[in-house]
Design a protein around this ligand. Sequence first.
Ligand code: MD6
Ligand code: FE
Length: 217
Amino acid sequence: MNLELFDDFDTAPVTSELLCDGAMVLRRFALQDGKDLLAAVDAIAQHAAFRRMETPGGLRMSVAMTGCGAYGWISDRSGYRYDSVDPLTGLAWPRMPHLFLELARRAAAQAGFDGFEPDACLINRYEAGARLSLHQDKDERSFDHPIVSLSLGMPAVFLFGGLQRADRAMRIPLMHGDAVVWGGPARLRYHGVLPVKASPHPLAGDCRINLTFRKVT
Ligand code: MD6
Ligand code: FE
């Protein structure tokens, strides 16, 4: 008789993979909350719609973005920044759902960063072909806090490089429910996302959703 305890997709254990000092993947971390997280994203997008922002160089990003919490990340012709007002509506960003906060705190703690209190959640939506070129997350006031990333929907390959743009990047497949946490010595590593392949997901349909939690101020 097979008494394998963890053969069920929904109850498989969370496992962690250290990428380098300060960076960790927590596999299946948000798997059980996937449906609730996606419903919360839909509710947020009704007030702060997904939009493809323009880069300072005048290109249109392939990833559509929105956000919640006290601050939202914005890109336009004048640069990158955080703002407490959504430029599309002139209103504050939607509140951060308690589930988001709770998961972000818990993922950070599990990776060794206690006391993480994010004030921004950037929500990225990738349709097939969308990508994110190598970048550093450096628009926050301090780099003393980690970043927590939750992936939902279609899988993607995450590029995880070094402190210089030209450093060789690891390729890390991220699936629905996986979390990535990085901070400390890894906080300013370059990273990106390869063009996402179409593979419709039972809960998210034809897209990948990524939530990144930051402490901006
Ligand atoms: C994404 N994520 O996975 C894009 N940044 O869609 C990021 O740019 C990111 O996952 C900092 C830390 C974790 C991340
Ligand atoms: Fe990033």
